[in-house]
Ligand binder design. Structure first.
Ligand code: DQA
Length: 148
């Protein structure tokens, strides 16, 4: 049976393509979703691609993921820098988690240079544009394959 992963996107990522192209490029959210689902399928993963602007929704998704998914890829967007609730929910998920950021958060404003989740996730990718999602899918597939 295929491993199942969920790709969770935080606030404002639904506006990719429209928002701050100098940071996030021109790819639209729909195109990113399509690319991620394609790559997952190619690697034998069943993937769900989600987005929410609401912190509580993301906490619920992570909690529900315990029973439904073998791994999480998360771009928590602005909540990366603020949400103890998302950090706590991720801490309860005992399977691989990869943190992704499209931009290099360590080259940006000081408030973005702190991630509240980096020290509890399996690994992370930042600053590699939308390719970061594809690299995260490749990485999580390898992690899950080695577990079985
Ligand atoms: C982001 C970086 C965050 O600081 C920002 O709030 C985002 C996107 C990224 O993918 O580079 O919304 O997570």
């Amino acid at each position: 049976m295929n491993n199942k992963i969920i790709i969770i996107n935080g606030p404002n990522l639904n506006l990719l393509g429209e928002r701050e192209q100098s940071q996030y490029g021109t790819i639209t959210f729909e195109k990113l979703k399509h690319n991620c689902l394609d790559k997952s399928k190619e690697l034998g993963l069943d993937a769900e691609f989600t987005q929410s602007n609401l912190e509580g929704d993301i906490v619920n998704l992570i909690q529900d993921a315990r029973k439904k998914y073998d791994g999480i890829i998360i771009n928590a967007a602005a909540f990366t820098h603020t949400s103890v609730a998302i950090r706590d929910a991720l801490s309860i998920f005992k399977k691989p988690i990869i943190e992704v950021h499209i931009s290099n958060i360590y080259k940006r404003e000081e408030f973005r240079q702190k991630s509240l989740i980096s020290d509890i996730v399996t690994g992370g990718i930042f600053g590699l544009n939308d390719n970061g999602y594809i690299l995260a899918i490749i990485a999580i597939q390898k992690l899950l394959k080695n577990e079985n």
